[in-house]
Write a new protein. Structure first.
Length: 66
């Protein structure tokens, strides 16, 4: 949860930096592929990686104190 903002901002900056390249005939397809890869990798980093970590190391939530 603490790493959400840095991960999203870094990926967003990289994706936004590719937008001018995406209009080029030569560099456009590569820029679109990079943007798609960054978006997919960011989503997997935020959703799948913590779940795999919790499953691998058998992390359980602590009972809440009332």
């Amino acid at each position: 949860v603490r790493r959400l903002r840095p991960i999203v901002l870094t990926a967003a900056a990289a994706v936004l930096a590719m937008i001018p390249l995406s209009r080029s005939v030569f560099w456009g397809p590569m820029a679109v592929a990079i943007m798609g890869g960054l978006i997919v990798a960011t989503v997997l980093t935020l959703l799948a990686l913590p779940a795999m970590y919790a499953a691998w190391f058998r992390i359980h939530r602590e009972p809440e104190m009332a």
